[in-house]
Design a protein around this ligand. Structure first.
Ligand code: HEC
Ligand code: HEC
Ligand code: HEC
Ligand code: HEC
Ligand code: HEC
Length: 413
């Protein structure tokens, strides 16, 4: 048998067998054996990325450094998965995995295995890996969010090439979907919330009306930039797609936003006007997880470069749950309280006024736009910290700078 087989029948058989074993023995070791068996069945349908690595080393290494390869690994994911499962919304165990490990869609009866693996902190099951994308044959955009249709049981992997080279492991087929945003939208357009918030909770905003879309760009144009390289080991070089998925990390940052800073001194009063121009064709930030926010920080440094004034603006979305309490979890969101997200291609003008710094001939205006660290109720943050091997040093607790401007302003008396 090749990479793929008659998994549907096998799954049903295995599920029944597994149930019987659990009843008869009830012991831990057998449960492990049974998990291993279920995993083998899942990986027959969705071969592990390590199988692809053998021939697609370049792609594998790029993907391995991307956030996608860690989609069920992060302490924040574990802690919020747990919060979800313990909440009244948390009855559907497969919910989070529909995007974080989408093969769960084909194995709903194995949802607990996905939960256990994620909770272990070191899952051996893939999250969003090669087969999870390259077995998608169609995306149904009539659904909200759009739904992928997997083609299992054949040995065909879909991709961008018409003129693919034949190989012994799988058949290939060109599918236009792989150069279209539709492929990405099934996970990136919206996430389920407690009440149907509809368009008010779309992650990307009015992306379709952006200049980038009007000029024919797709998600891949920016997030899987074209390069020249080997598509499979030893094949001749051709146009390939970067699989590091630059986003918050990577070079794309330089194309995220521009800052224009103007300072006016009027006697004892100084005004700083900051123009924040988003160059992103969708919301900045995209608002899942719900705590995601971008912050504009202003820092005025007077005598001896000491901060004499500081202020900030926060771009994000705040939600209330069904009881009207603020929540950082979109799965329990019933209402959008406030939405200050930077809309596609938007320029936001912010005005700050403060007393002109004293006892100095000049002062510094420091302006930074950054992705903020995680926020939320203290017990949740403590949980994330406890889940993280590096504790409070985990990247989720660090801001990521997007753009920075510093200007030295002379005071003319
Ligand atoms: C099966 C669901 C799924 C599909 C399909 C999908 N993504 Fe994602 N994507 C995710 C998840 C989940 C994450 C977050 C991973 C993490 O950080 O844990 C993510 C993260 C990303 C990031 C990094 C975001 C950041 O904060 O830096 C980028 C960029 C991205 N995806 C782009 C794409 C593009 C482009 C496509 C289409 C070619 C795509 N994704 C298709 C689920 C998906
Ligand atoms: C409809 C698809 C979808 C669903 C359902 C979904 N997510 Fe996500 N999730 C994403 C995408 C896409 C990203 C990357 C977003 C970005 O970087 O802008 C992401 C990112 C995250 C992150 C930040 C990255 C990380 O791994 O630490 C966390 C935490 C997270 N999701 C938790 C959850 C939890 C918990 C659930 C279930 C309650 C859930 N998600 C359900 C698509 C989804
Ligand atoms: C989030 C979805 C997604 C994931 C995960 C993903 N790919 Fe891709 N892959 C794509 C898309 C979309 C294209 C086409 C991009 C284009 O042409 O603009 C592509 C192109 C390719 C190509 C042809 C171009 C090239 O870069 O060589 C190969 C081969 C490939 N992928 C293999 C893999 C392997 C192997 C993995 C896992 C290590 C993987 N992909 C993970 C979406 C994905
Ligand atoms: C025995 C080696 C081998 C293995 C194993 C292998 N591939 Fe390939 N694959 C190739 C070769 C060779 C090509 C043709 C590359 C080209 O035309 O430049 C290819 C092409 C592709 C393409 C492009 C198809 C198209 O028409 O656009 C995708 C996508 C792909 N492979 C994904 C995968 C995934 C996912 C896995 C793991 C499940 C995998 N491959 C395992 C050798 C292999
Ligand atoms: C014209 C280029 C462009 C296109 C097209 C584009 N993006 Fe982005 N995207 C960006 C830039 C620039 C950033 C910000 C990167 C940074 O700050 O480091 C970004 C950031 C992101 C992030 C991470 C930021 C966050 O707030 O979590 C995700 C996820 C993402 N884009 C998904 C998508 C998806 C899905 C599509 C298609 C529907 C898409 N993008 C289309 C340019 C683009």
């Amino acid at each position: 048998m090749g990479l793929f087989g008659r998994m549907k029948q096998v799954v049903v058989g295995a599920a029944v067998l597994v149930g019987v074993l659990a009843v008869w023995s009830g012991g831990e070791p057998v449960l492990h054996a049974q998990d291993a068996k279920s995993q083998a069945v899942i990986e027959k349908a969705f071969p592990s990325s390590s199988k692809c690595k053998r021939c697609h080393e370049r792609v594998f290494e790029e993907w391995e450094t991307s956030p996608l390869s860690k989609s069920i690994h992060s302490p924040a994911f574990r802690a919020s998965l747990d919060a979800y499962l313990n909440s009244s919304a948390g009855k559907d165990k497969a919910m989070c995995f529909r995007c974080h490990a989408p093969h769960v869609r084909e194995f709903p009866e194995q949802a607990q295995l996905f939960v256990d693996q994620a909770k272990s902190g070191d899952p051996s099951l893939d999250g969003v890996a090669c087969a999870q994308c390259h077995l998608i044959k169609q995306v149904d955009r009539a659904k909200h969010p759009p739904e992928p249709k997997y083609e299992l049981g054949s040995k065909t992997l879909y991709g961008p090439y018409k003129d693919f080279v034949q190989n012994l492991a799988h058949q290939s087929m060109e599918l236009g979907l792989f150069q279209k945003s539709d492929l990405c939208l099934n996970c990136h357009q919206s996430v389920p919330s407690a009440a149907n918030l509809g368009k008010a909770n779309d992650l990307l905003g009015s992306y379709e009306q952006s200049q980038a879309v009007k000029s024919g760009k797709e998600c891949q144009s920016c997030h899987m930039p074209e390069q020249v390289g080997e598509s499979a080991n030893g094949e001749k070089k051709r146009k390939v797609a970067n699989h590091t998925f630059p986003g918050r990390i990577g070079k794309l940052r330089q194309e995220a936003a521009k800052l224009d800073v103007q300072t006016k001194i009027d006697g004892d009063k100084t005004t700083v006007i900051v123009k924040v121009q988003s160059l992103v064709p969708h919301n900045l930030p995209t608002t899942h997880p719900a705590w995601a926010s971008v912050v504009l920080d202003l820092d005025i440094k007077g005598k001896n470069l000491k901060t004499v004034f500081a202020d900030k603006r926060i771009y994000g979305r705040t939600y209330a749950d069904a009881k009207g309490q603020k929540t950082v979890f979109d799965f329990e969101a019933a209402k959008v309280l406030e939405d200050t997200v930077l809309k596609p291609d938007e320029t936001r003008v912010e005005t700050f006024t403060f007393p002109t710094p004293k006892d100095t001939k000049t002062f510094d205006v420091d302006v930074t736009l950054n992705y903020a660290p995680i926020t939320g109720p203290a017990p949740f943050l403590q949980r994330v910290e406890a889940e993280a091997s590096k504790g409070s040093q985990d990247p989720v607790f660090q801001a990521i700078d997007i753009v920075k401007r510093t200007e030295n302003i002379p005071i003319n008396k």
